[in-house]
Design a protein around this ligand. Structure first.
Ligand code: FES
Length: 144
């Protein structure tokens, strides 16, 4: 296990416990805290088996952002990173299979942030991300 992984905290687990649900059922609610530097967040991919298969996803909380990000593993080894903040009135969307659904007024998005159903008219903010030679997913937090 890498040193960076040991420092990471899983937050919201206690919220799951408070809701009376088991940890297994709460795994999708966990948000992984990731350090940032130079306007970038770095995620050591081998530490997150959730992202090892196409369709997997993870919620990450960069130090410098007021909200978490959604990281999705694609079919060809690529990753998509989007903001969960609905562009209609800023509620936080939920992952519902292949879609992202806003609980406030029903907007829906593709996992790449494209709007598929309003009232939202603008796509979710998307953060450029690429895997470096060290196997880290580097997310550019300043490009949005
Ligand atoms: S805030 Fe998301 S649909 Fe209105």
């Amino acid at each position: 296990m890498s040193r960076s992984f040991e420092r990471r905290e899983f937050v919201q687990i206690s919220a799951c416990a408070a809701l009376g649900t088991g940890l297994v059922g709460c795994a999708s609610l966990a948000v992984v805290s990731v350090p940032t530097g130079g306007g970038r967040a770095r995620l050591v991919l081998r530490d997150y088996p959730q992202l090892a298969s196409p369709g997997g996803y993870l919620r990450v909380q960069p130090d410098d952002l007021p909200h978490h990000l959604l990281v999705f593993a694609g079919d060809a080894g690529e990753f998509t990173v989007v903001s969960p903040v609905c562009t209609h009135r800023q509620c936080i969307v939920s992952v519902a299979g292949p879609r992202l659904v806003c609980p406030c007024h029903g907007s829906e998005y593709e996992r790449d942030g494209t709007v598929t159903m309003g009232p939202a008219e603008r796509r979710l903010d998307r953060y450029p991300a690429e895997v470096n030679a060290a196997g880290e997913l580097v997310i550019d937090l300043e490009a949005v």
